[in-house]
Write a protein that binds this ligand. Structure first.
Ligand SMILES: Cc1cc2nc3c(=O)[nH]c(=O)nc-3n(C[C@H](O)[C@H](O)[C@H](O)COP(=O)(O)OP(=O)(O)OC[C@H]3O[C@@H](n4cnc5c(N)ncnc54)[C@H](O)[C@@H]3O)c2cc1C
Length: 335
């Protein structure tokens, strides 16, 4: 059974008895202010106007008994015990302001000869609020920075996931592939970028990624699936060869199981040993072969600049509304 929780702008969400109000709001696409998601920072505190809540994990540190007696609730910890009215307004369009945080390398794994997956953990009690698809900068200490997209959904934000392509001779990615160890401390800044899932749209979406441009699209799709988004998502993933489709089975699983996702991998230079019988050529040309009229779509796109540049002008020439094209080009830091 679920309870109805109503906010001061009349937005309503459904919250199960074992779910925190904040988690349910984020899952249903309603943005509320939050920070740590673990009861420590107090950012999600809001006045409870009506209804009963409980804190099954104990009294949260950021809510003292006087505040609780005065009717304040800590939404990241509060579980409903009845329908609720909460006196706070969802932040419909506001993007979280970027901030600088320390982050520790929690895990590093090779997904392909030239691609690593890096998981970062923030200090205890800190979370990074972001929209699915946004990116962070890794700060190198002498004013230089390198950008990487977040490949996880903000609903699963205990760790930040990055997919990193090796640029031979590149300052940061050489280090990631040759010297970085678990436990290393980095400084990051985020969230950044305009490539993020527009949760208020009901148009079918085309997700078009080249190489590690798959990362932010993974974050977007995992978020859409976890939050029960019923739109259709057509994922196109372009790579030179089969090894570059470094999470092919994951994408195939979404297409098989979700009922809302289709997946089309496209290789530009398959090797004989790939035994590839799928689509070949440029990824944006495969999109246009399947959908010559893009006027009804939202397009989310990420990858190397030659890909995003070519795709952008081709898509706009096929009816795509420029207001419905959301993308980040993976420029190198000096460009
Ligand atoms: C918004 C955004 C999001 C991004 N997200 C991701 C992501 O999720 N995953 C990811 O892998 N990358 C991503 N990138 C790209 C990534 O930021 C760069 O690959 C990274 O900065 C390289 O850092 P480096 O220190 O290893 O290389 P640098 O020390 O910056 O050296 C790179 C330099 O090497 C030269 N160079 C080397 N190889 C090439 C080449 N093939 N083509 C052109 N020039 C070359 C260039 O002159 C370039 O300036 C993103 C970029 C942006 C802007």
């Amino acid at each position: 059974m679920a309870y109805t929780v109503r906010f001061s702008d009349a937005t309503e969400i459904q919250v199960g008895p074992d779910e925190a109000v904040l988690d349910a709001a984020l899952r249903q696409g309603v943005s509320l202010p939050y920070g740590c998601r673990s009861g420590l920072c107090g950012t999600c505190k809001a006045p409870l106007r009506a209804g009963e809540i409980a804190y099954p994990e104990g009294q949260p540190k950021a809510l003292d008994s006087a505040e609780q007696a005065s009717g304040m609730a800590l939404l990241c910890q509060a579980r409903p015990r009845s329908d609720l009215a909460i006196d706070t307004e969802p932040l419909e369009e506001a993007l979280a302001a970027p901030r600088v945080l320390p982050a520790r390398v929690a895990r590093l794994e090779r997904l392909a000869p030239a691609v690593c997956r890096l998981f970062l953990r923030l200090p205890a009690g800190k979370r990074l609020p972001f929209r699915p698809g946004q990116y962070i900068d890794i700060l190198l200490g002498d004013g230089e920075r390198r950008s990487f997209s977040l490949a996880n959904s903000p609903l699963q934000d205990e760790r930040l996931e990055l997919h990193i392509r090796h640029i031979p001779g590149g300052r940061l990615t050489d280090h990631v592939f040759e010297g970085m160890a678990e436990g290393e401390l980095l400084r990051i800044e985020g969230p950044l970028g305009q490539l993020y899932l527009r949760e208020d749209s009901s148009r079918p979406a085309l997700l078009v990624g080249g190489s590690t441009g798959f990362g932010p699209l993974k974050g977007i799709l995992e978020h859409a699936l976890a939050s029960g988004d019923r739109r259709t998502f057509h994922l196109y993933w372009g790579s030179r060869d089969r090894a570059g489709l470094y999470l092919h089975e994951l994408a195939q699983g979404w297409a098989r199981e979700s009922g809302t996702v289709t997946y089309t991998p496209v290789l530009s230079e398959p090797r004989p040993e790939d035994g590839w019988h799928g689509r070949t050529g440029w990824v944006h040309e495969a999109v246009l072969a399947d959908f010559p009229d893009l006027s009804g779509f939202d397009v989310y796109m990420s990858g190397p600049p030659p890909m995003t540049d070519a795709a952008r002008s081709a898509f706009l020439g096929h009816g795509l509304d420029p207001e419905r094209l959301f993308y980040d080009a993976f420029h190198f830091s000096h460009e």
